[in-house]
Design a protein around this ligand. Structure first.
Ligand code: F0G
Length: 467
């Protein structure tokens, strides 16, 4: 058949790479996994990776690097000051993101720390389109108060609104009215909002938010950690962008901002690294002043020369063509569709970096104070050795003022897909396990804390089953 004229049938996508090196993984017995989850205090963060079969804890730092990135490692310049690799990274950030000033950090939270310290004064309000754990932690540590200004649809897992990452401009305006623009140093706008289920914002919304910022003398700082994934959804969903490349859309996203924090462990296709990027040279000077105390000299900021070299290559590679991101998000959608076809309640639309199970609805018999998502993640691990992550009340933590638990509307288990690591067959195994666990959901018990850390408690908390 002459493909050009009559190919109306949808064709499958395939990964735009072939596999050159493999890392063995092994499946364990159910008894082994029962012992492992008990000794990990029912917290998947505390499992040994060796005891995991398919690791969907996070897409952070779990990427497979390309042959060109591995080759770039050998070219790392380990000079303490003025490393050639730093300048390669600076070139890549200027070329792909369009920010002039680069402040390298060891990972994303390093950049969040520096940004919060240079801009937030005690008592300030810091609006954002939903919280992220480490981001809010650094804002509060600097004396700020995080205020959620995301659209209401983001809090409803069943809503299929295409841009659940959008800022609600009325909520943002209300923060300005209440605090006064001079007590709102910046709005933190996250691309492809992680805690909402990997949900994008639209360029129209970002542009309007930026205009409101300019009118009030407020900075717009992006969390551009997953901006490439957001750009892909804009290309799919926002009128006028179908014929633009993801590379061009990414540049346009950054245009409506004064700077960005980036965890390079996601979009950027490396295992460690991050940066703060800014337009304003004076702000960057202040950031570098803190950087030398907390991260490292301004030309490495906690990364080795080889890390920066691999990162520069990863930044170019992530937008070299649209094929990479099409396959990356295509794989997430493949898993999501298997689950929705089986009637498993998940956050809709399927997000960019993972599929988020709606634990509140799957485990309706467990009250939120008994951590349904934490219990579901543990049960999934015991069933198949698939490791996932709680993103609900445990992650949300306590209000620093009242000491009460934040009770987020979203009580989710995140199946996060590392980039270029697993195959479609792995996704089939994951889907079968999730479906099986959901069929026996009534047998799962709630949990209580046996150890609750003060800060970012989800990382190190320990639990035991109730009853
Ligand atoms: N911002 C977002 C949106 C993130 O998802 C993360 C990390 C960070 C900032 C912090 O970056 O880890 O390099 O210090 N998210 C990981 C996750 C931990 O599993 O979602 P980091």
């Amino acid at each position: 058949m002459d493909g050009d004229s009559k190919s109306v049938r949808a064709r499958s996508w395939a990964e735009p790479f072939r596999i050159k090196m493999v890392e063995p993984i092994t499946v364990t017995t159910r008894e082994h996994r029962e012992r492992a989850i008990a000794s990990a205090g029912w917290n998947t963060f505390l499992l040994r990776a060796e005891d995991v079969y398919i690791d969907l804890l996070t897409d952070s730092g779990t990427n497979a690097m390309s042959d060109r990135q591995w080759a770039a490692l050998m070219l790392g310049d380990e000079a303490y000051a003025g490393s050639r690799s730093y300048y390669h990274l600076e070139d890549a950030v200027r070329e792909v993101y369009g920010y002039e000033e680069l402040v390298p950090t060891h990972q994303g939270r390093g950049a969040e720390h520096i940004l919060s310290q240079i801009l937030i004064k005690p008592g300030d309000a810091v609006p954002g389109n939903m919280y992220f754990t480490t981001t809010r932690f650094h804002q509060e540590r600097a004396g700020g108060r995080f205020i959620d200004v995301i659209v209401d649809e983001a809090h409803d897992p069943a809503s299929t609104y295409p841009f659940k990452g959008n800022v609600d401009l009325a909520k943002f305006q209300a923060v300005i009215d209440e605090y006064g623009a001079d007590r709102v140093p910046y709005i933190s706008v996250e691309t492809n909002v992680n805690m909402a289920g990997g949900q994008p914002l639209s360029l129209a919304n970002l542009r309007a938010t930026y205009e409101l910022c300019r009118a009030n003398g407020i900075y717009l700082m992006l969390d551009a950690t997953r901006a490439v994934e957001n750009a892909w959804f804009i290309k799919q969903r926002e009128p006028g962008y179908q014929d633009r490349s993801v590379r061009e859309i990414l540049r346009e996203i950054c245009r409506y901002s004064d700077g960005a924090t980036v965890s390079s462990k996601k979009d950027n296709l490396v295992n460690i690294g991050g940066f703060l990027a800014l337009r304003d040279a004076e702000l960057a000077r202040r950031a570098r002043g803190l950087l030398v105390a907390f991260e490292g000299l301004h030309t490495y900021g906690g990364m080795s020369g080889r890390d920066m070299e691999a990162l520069a290559q990863g930044i170019r590679e992530m937008v070299e063509t649209d094929d990479h991101i099409a396959a990356r998000i295509g794989q997430v959608e493949y898993l999501g569709k298997k689950l929705t076809d089986a009637g498993v309640p998940v956050v809709l639309p399927i997000g960019g970096h993972g599929v988020f199970l709606d634990a509140r609805s799957i485990l309706a018999h467990i009250p939120q104070e008994q951590f349904p998502a934490q219990a579901l993640a543990a049960a999934l691990y015991v069933d198949s050795g698939v490791r996932s992550m709680e993103r609900g009340v445990v992650s949300a933590g306590r209000d620093p003022k009242t000491g009460e638990n934040h009770l987020p509307k979203l009580e989710l288990v995140r199946l996060t897909i590392p980039r270029r690591v697993y195959t479609q067959a792995h996704m089939d195994v994951v889907a079968e396990s999730v479906i099986e666990v959901c069929e026996h959901a009534s047998e799962i018990a709630g949990l209580r804390f046996t150890y609750e850390p003060d800060d970012l408690r989800f990382f190190l908390a320990r639990f035991e089953p109730i009853g």
